[in-house]
Design a protein around this ligand. Structure first.
Ligand code: ASP
Length: 320
């Protein structure tokens, strides 16, 4: 089999081993392993990198542990508004959706936008109409409800704060010793290289807890949270979206590689540790270059992440 590889993340943030139970950690690891496998199997069968990243991200969207699809965080109005994007590094085609509700798999909707519309980005009601036209599965509020995220939202809803899912620690907010066994983290994403050497990236999120006014983060914005280009790299980001938007983080990695001839590692480290951090931008990103080298870099305490390649590379990790 020709060389293939997939890398995934399930969000970055204040992920502390001291607040994790063995059982919960096991569930995260299982969720990451399943998502890796979903994408890797596509690559093994000769499917495209685009199909592989979609399969991995859909698996994470269906897992309520992660803040995307099922398990998305609550907005200030107590609803779920999800963002997602996908990009094909071979053609530079891209699709994105933002502030969509009820759509079971927003990344699949982004894929449909990329392949079956003349547009790149659809939002809200229009995107939902487009989803209905293409008969994409929808779910009711109950499907997206998660007790833990509801509790997180209740802590913030009468404030003007919004917060990264991973950083709303109920025990701290309440000053109590609430058990964190049901604690859940973040945005999800995947990057892959297929047997033809093509790259792709996808990202999906419920955004930030208590977000207001139709707030949209970096995840669905091509170049900010998601980017793929066969000439350089495929990148999926997670973290404080506003800072990733302002630094055009994913595209910046590609530019540093293209114009400054930095390696993937060097470019990602420069963006994550210099540019994002100088603006107090917490988070991280996963990346793959055209030769199949990968990197998983973050400036937060942890990032749910994993990689599987046909060269035998395999890793699932959470903490720094
Ligand atoms: N980047 C996402 C956003 O700002 C949040 C995350 O990565 O958890 O919407």
């Amino acid at each position: 089999m020709a060389f293939v590889k997939i890398v995934i993340h399930g969000g970055a943030g204040t992920i502390r081993k001291t607040e994790m139970t063995e059982h919960l950690e096991e569930r995260y690891r299982e969720g990451l392993a399943e998502a890796l496998e979903a994408g890797y199997q596509k690559l093994e069968k000769g499917c495209s990198a685009v199909e592989a990243v979609m399969a991995s991200v859909m698996s994470l969207e269906d897992n309520e542990l992660f803040n995307a699809g099922k398990g998305s965080v609550f907005t200030s109005e107590g609803v779920h508004e999800m963002d997602a994007a996908i990009m094909d590094g071979a053609s530079l085609k891209a699709g994105a959706v933002c502030a969509v509700s009820r759509i079971k798999n927003p990344v699949r909707l982004a894929y449909m936008v990329m392949n079956h519309s003349p547009h790149v980005m659809l939002c809200g009601k229009g995107a939902e109409t487009f989803a209905r036209m293409h008969q994409l599965p929808e779910e009711n509020d109950e499907y997206f409800f998660s007790e833990y995220r509801y509790e997180q939202w209740k802590m913030l809803r009468n404030t003007d704060q919004s917060a990264l899912d991973h950083n709303v620690h109920l025990s701290e907010l309440r000053g109590s010793s609430r058990n964190m066994t049901d604690k859940k983290y973040g945005t999800v994403g995947a990057v892959a290289i297929d047997s033809h050497g093509n790259l792709a990236a996808a990202t999906s999120t419920g955004g930030m807890t208590n977000k207001r006014w139709g707030r949209i983060g970096d995840s669905p914005v091509i170049g900010a949270g998601t980017y793929a280009n066969n000439n350089t790299c495929a990148i999926s980001c997670t973290g404080h979206g506003e800072i990733f938007l302002r630094t055009v983080a994913a595209y910046d990695v590609s530019c540093l590689m293209e114009y400054k001839r930095l390696s993937l590692q060097e470019a990602m480290r420069s963006v994550v540790f210099d540019k994002l951090q100088s603006l107090q931008g917490e988070g991280g990103m996963i990346g793959l270059d055209a030769s199949g080298n990968h990197a998983m870099i973050f400036n937060s305490e942890g990032m749910y992440r994993g990689v599987k390649g046909s060269d035998g590379s395999y890793e699932i990790a959470i903490y720094a």
